[in-house]
Design a protein around this ligand. Structure first.
Ligand code: AKG
Ligand code: FE2
Length: 358
């Protein structure tokens, strides 16, 4: 299905040989190439929040009558929130966690059989954003776009079909949940289906597409100097993230610094991505986030990266633009945006911003 995601990344290969992927379990010390300093990422040590900080992203009960307003408020202030009573069965979350754990638990040689090709997007490999940094990240990933059948057959010659079923069911559930969340957030701004025609709540939701990103952050001998996944915003409309019961995800707030998102069993984390920021004319924040690692427990996460079909033009909803001003961003397709992101990374949003006369 998402041939376009593949096409875009084909033009921007990652020049990191996968054979450099170490067997993390064998490392007793942090190699120099994995040791980060503020020089490697200006946000590395930016305003670390005190350990006693009480504030973190809200946990919103989707069954609460005021859920839409709570979501809208969270999108404006944090660009992220957690959800409970989301309707995704706990057993499915457990299945996805089991799949992720067994995938990364395979011997390195087996995982490399499904290595992402230099020009591809699906498969096993380092974080896609790795090419923007001099230092390596303490993590390994696996990206699924379209059917995982071919890759899964290489990983699990015997029982790949079971794993394919789990992915299919998970993606189906996530797709519905993502559009529900998007509309709750938009409704909180007074935006209705007439205002965003391409995103109508049709039963097949065929205007949307997605990728699934599985992440593994192994136990790390020197976590304070290591980085699991460096600071970035997602290029999506929304990202729905499942994390296992090990903390590591942090979100950045200008006024508070880095804030840890504590795992809440059974809940899901939702991130506003860059496209939703554009659609909301800047009202919703696309959240800057990263993953840290620790010395005692491996961490897993599963990110459902969700956006529109390749050629849909995303532009600020006219209702959200003041009549006296031009929209904050010019219109852009997901394809074009991913291309801009692949070249300019965290500066991509500013590249498509309309510069207003002061
Ligand atoms: O592991 C996490 O918590 C974050 C993952 C993430 O940000 C991503 O895959 O884009
Ligand atoms: Fe992310």
């Amino acid at each position: 299905m998402p041939a376009m995601l593949t096409d875009v990344f084909r033009g921007h290969p990652i020049h990191l040989p996968h054979s450099h992927q170490p067997d993390f379990t064998s490392l007793r010390e942090l190699p120099d190439s994995y040791s980060w300093t503020p020089k490697d990422d200006i946000l590395f040590a930016a305003a670390p929040s005190p350990p006693t900080a009480v504030e973190t992203i809200p946990l919103i009960d989707l069954d609460h009558p005021d859920a839409a307003n709570q979501i809208g408020h969270a999108c404006r202030t944090w660009g992220a929130f957690q959800i409970a009573n989301h309707g995704v069965p706990l057993s499915l979350l457990q299945d996805v966690e089991f799949l992720t754990e067994s995938l990364f638990g395979l011997p390195v040689k087996r995982k490399l059989k499904a290595a992402r090709s230099e020009t591809g997007v699906s498969g096993y490999g380092v974080a896609r954003i790795a090419s923007f940094f001099n230092k390596q990240m303490w993590s390994e990933g696996f990206t699924i776009t379209g059917s995982p059948l071919n890759d899964f057959r290489k990983l699990w010659p015997q029982d790949h079909l079971n794993y394919c079923d789990i992915v299919e069911e998970y993606e189906e559930r996530m797709k519905k949940l993502a559009s529900k969340l998007m509309w709750l957030a938009l409704n909180s701004l007074g935006v209705t289906e007439e205002d965003v025609e391409w995103a109508r709540l049709t039963s097949d939701l065929s205007w949307a597409q997605a990728a699934l990103q599985l992440n593994h952050y192994p136990v790390c001998p020197e976590p304070d100097r290591a980085m699991g996944l460096a600071a970035h915003t997602d290029s999506t409309l929304l990202t729905i993230l499942y994390q296992n019961n090990t903390a590591g995800l942090q979100v950045f707030r200008d006024d508070l610094g880095w804030i840890t998102v504590p795992p809440v069993p059974g809940s899901l984390v939702v991130n506003v991505g860059d496209l939703f920021h554009i659609l909301s004319n800047g009202l919703f924040k696309s959240v800057l986030h990263r993953a840290r690692v620790n010395q005692t427990r491996a961490r897993l996460s599963v990110a459902f990266l969700w956006g529109p079909q390749s050629d849909i033009k995303i532009s600020p909803v006219p209702k959200l633009v003041s009549p006296l001003e031009s929209p904050l961003y010019r219109s852009v397709t997901w394809r074009e945006y991913l291309q801009t992101k692949a070249t300019h990374f965290n500066k991509a949003l500013s590249m498509i911003r309309n510069h207003r006369e002061e």
